[in-house]
Design a protein around this ligand. Structure first.
Ligand SMILES: [Zn+2]
Length: 383
């Protein structure tokens, strides 16, 4: 990654001296996360929170977060400065005021803001001011841009706790900037999930070796306060212990590639569509439980399956509304509603409103190779 020395890049540019930017991004922003397959832009599913964190070069920083349970997507971009919709070159000039930042969308029931901050503080050296190791300049400064008042309180308390811990270890003071989140400008496609695309690419991140204590929340806590990942008993993660047919969710795309057949990989992980009338479950009437072909998550009961004539297995409803997640899909010049597995976020198919009227009117149009019929499961009624 290019970096430069010099005083001008180590001093934050004033708003009136910043580059003017532009009204819209001058480049296309990819729709989906290259590893997780999820949309990288909001609006994110209800109940999700977003965190915006800057800890040096965003290539390595982003990778820290996309494997975590409860994280639905990550993206890299520019935040905390003045120039609207900057380019990478403009940010590198030091004349935008932006920091290279990572956006993390997460489910606070599955992970906590504290857990993200613990990773944040321990993965870099937040005492360095306008640099991070060899990367020198204001764009590499350490910063937290809270998106809620609660995040602001947690960020401030955690920074103070880590500052004390570092001083106790003979290190310097924390220079991490904390400011309410402004706009997050997505970076060029080339930078998104960079270390997935370039596995041996540059990653200059290095922590201090000092563990980050997590102070308890002041207000009534809604999620874990000890920095560890927690799972509630009602979520899909909690069911993992009870259901032996749940498979681990792969953390890297190459794992999915190894585990899945080429056809299933193309549908599940690359949002492909199998040819109509080609799949093994199109005409199946057998009883059982249709699970996610990637992770084993229970998705559809056989008694909600019907013959739609479309050439794809069709269901009137999911076994539980929380088993699947719905996303707007604007590909192929249409607006459709995409259906993904809520547990591993793999693509399953689409849902349309031309299903049987007497049964709710929905048609979950699935790909056979995205499903796995579990005939051993006792006949499962939908709810
Ligand atoms: Zn799944």
């Amino acid at each position: 990654m290019p970096f430069g020395f010099g005083k001008s890049k180590s001093k934050l540019v004033a708003a009136e001296e910043a580059l003017p930017g532009r009204a819209a991004p001058p480049f296309a922003i990819p729709e989906r996360h290259a590893v997780l397959g999820t949309p990288i832009r909001g609006p994110f599913p209800a109940g999700q929170e977003t965190a915006i964190l800057a800890l040096g070069c965003f290539w390595g920083a982003e990778r820290l977060f996309w494997d975590l349970p409860g994280v639905s997507t990550t993206a890299v971009g520019y935040a905390g400065g003045h120039t609207p919709h900057p380019t990478y070159e403009e940010v590198c000039s030091g004349r935008t005021g932006h920091a290279e930042a990572v956006l993390v969308a997460f489910d606070p029931n599955l992970t906590s803001y504290e857990a993200l901050l613990k990773i944040f503080f321990e993965a870099h050296d937040p005492t360095q001011g306008m640099r991070q190791g060899n990367d020198v300049g204001t764009q590499y400064r350490s910063a937290i841009y809270p998106t809620t008042g609660q995040q602001m309180a947690i960020a401030t308390a955690t920074r103070d706790a880590y500052d004390a811990a570092l001083r106790n270890s003979g290190k310097g003071a924390v220079t991490t900037e904390i400011a309410p989140a402004g706009p997050f400008y997505y970076a060029e496609e080339y930078h998104q999930q960079y270390l997935h695309k370039v596995p041996n690419g540059y990653c200059g991140l290095e922590g201090t070796g000092v563990s980050c204590p997590i102070p308890p929340r002041q207000a009534a806590a809604t999620a874990a306060t000890n920095g560890a990942t927690t799972m509630t008993t009602t979520d899909t993660g909690g069911a993992a212990a009870a259901d032996p047919k749940l498979l681990p969710v792969a953390s890297h795309d190459r794992e999915w590639k190894e585990r899945l057949s080429p056809e299933a990989y193309k549908v599940l992980r690359q949002a492909g569509t199998e040819r109509p009338f080609s799949g093994e479950y199109v005409d199946t009437d057998e009883d059982g439980l249709y699970r996610c072909g990637a992770c084993g998550n229970p998705l559809f009961a056989s008694d909600t399956k019907f013959h739609s004539g479309s050439g794809w297995p069709s269901f009137t409803e999911a076994i539980d509304p929380d088993a699947v997640e719905l996303h707007e899909d604007r590909s192929l010049f249409m607006t459709r509603t995409e259906v993904r597995c809520a547990r591993c976020h793999s693509h399953l198919g689409h849902v349309f409103d031309d299903g049987p009227r007497d049964r709710g009117g929905q048609r979950f149009c699935m790909n056979s190779c995205a499903l796995d019929l579990d005939k051993d499961a006792a006949t499962v009624g939908a709810r």
